[in-house]
Design a protein around this ligand. Structure first.
Ligand SMILES: [Zn+2]
Length: 405
């Protein structure tokens, strides 16, 4: 397998084995038809890009696409703050155009629009683009790539002051073509801003962020190389707490902005921490194996006392963790999740059924295994779980370290 960024042969550093798609919940009759695909990540020693060994065609990944951008209050708050922050930082005004790639139902763009800035969304899911257009956020239902950007510029004369993308850069296998498209559609003084989970999460033991949709696990040094090769310059970076640690990067044509101290400092820190060395990535696997052993020991102990364990929430990362550790009906009775879209369905791989939260009070488990570790405090303080806690119910978190609360 060759690097999707520079073409150099990549070295595999972790394999999670054959895995189902982490977001594909099943109806009972779909269970026997469930497909699994290899899930392994490699590292490019030349440009430092960590990436999946094999990818699945996007049509297959996003065929059952359910949009949910506008459903979470904390997410909407983040969108509103981003719009206000970016428009000030980049000096956007009424004449400016913000183009968002993978704009979903317009959750982010609506806040730019509220500031009087012109907006255009690009999203491949037709149903989602339809919803956005209904809400007054002009949205084109297409995959973004170089040809698309080239046509938009040549045929409609559209160029952007800001190209924005949250959780899209890490999802596109043809990344070089994608980045060339970004360069094509940017105004000469425009900026592109991308947000995505930071590769440091893997080094901290959050290996459950590896799934088929995530093609890339970015370090800053890898991105500096990637954009440079496409004739762009990464000039600023910020670390945000989204998804347990994300980067927000700023890119423009070379020479428009001076390279910030943030970039220089983070590059130096990454080199110091060995993000340019395969050995650093190989330790991710060792950490995951150790955590698996300790976890199974803990769960064995609980089961041997005849106690009950139920999983709380079924995010993609939780499904990856359960499947990789071999935790299913052998340890867990079922899963509870607040998301109506998942209730009644069966979780990928483990085929545990997803129930309403109320089921906790009927079945009275002794332990709740929290799979959404990134919002652990929020979960433990949820009003719906206070009675469970009062009755002596405990919580287990596995990532980044095992904790029983
Ligand atoms: Zn490479």
């Amino acid at each position: 397998m060759n690097c999707r960024g520079c073409g150099y042969p990549i070295i595999k550093f972790i394999s999670l084995g054959q895995m189902p798609l982490a977001n594909s919940f099943l109806k009972k009759e779909q269970i026997p038809l469930e497909k699994k695909y290899d899930l392994s990540v490699g590292f490019c020693p030349k440009c430092y890009l960590a990436q999946l060994m094999d990818t699945i065609p996007p049509e297959e990944l996003f065929s059952d696409y359910v949009y949910f951008s506008s459903t979470s209050d904390s997410f909407l708050k983040h969108c509103e703050e981003s719009a206000s922050y970016l428009s000030k930082k980049l000096g956007l005004g009424k004449q400016s155009l913000v183009m968002e790639i993978a704009s979903n139902d317009g959750a982010q763009l609506q806040f730019f629009k509220n500031l009087g800035i012109q907006v255009l969304g690009i999203d491949p899911a037709k149903n989602v683009a339809f919803v956005a257009n209904q809400k007054g956020i002009p949205t084109i239902a297409e995959f973004f790539n170089f040809d698309f950007a080239n046509n938009l510029k040549n045929q409609k004369g559209i160029t952007a002051d800001l190209v924005f993308g949250a959780n899209v850069l890490a999802h596109v296998p043809q990344i070089v073509d994608f980045v060339k498209g970004v360069k094509k559609i940017l105004k000469s003084k425009g900026s592109a801003v991308f947000e995505f989970p930071y590769v440091s999460g893997l080094m901290e033991g959050k290996f459950d962020t590896i799934y088929h949709e995530h093609v890339f696990y970015f370090s800053l040094i890898a991105l500096v190389n990637l954009f440079k090769a496409a004739g762009l310059e990464l000039y600023d970076v910020e670390i945000t707490p989204v998804q347990g640690g994300s980067l927000r990067i700023y890119v423009s044509l070379p020479g428009n902005f001076s390279i910030s101290e943030n970039v220089k400092n983070l590059v130096a820190q990454e080199i110091k921490n060995g993000f340019d060395k395969i050995e650093t990535y190989q330790r991710v696997k060792e950490g995951a194996i150790k955590l698996k052993e300790k976890t199974l020991e803990l769960l064995e102990g609980i089961k041997s006392r005849g106690e009950k364990i139920v999983a709380y929430s079924a995010p993609a990362k939780g499904n990856i963790l359960l499947n990789y550790f071999g935790i299913g009906k052998n340890y867990l009775d079922f899963i509870v999740d607040k998301s109506k879209a998942k209730q009644g369905l069966y979780a990928p791989g483990t085929h545990l059924q997803v129930h309403l939260l109320e089921k906790i009070y009927q079945e009275k488990p002794d332990y709740l295994l929290i799979l959404c570790w990134n919002i652990i405090t929020e979960v433990i303080n949820m009003p719906e779980l206070q009675e469970y806690k009062k009755d002596g119910g405990k919580f287990i978190v596995l990532i980044p370290q095992i904790k029983v609360i």
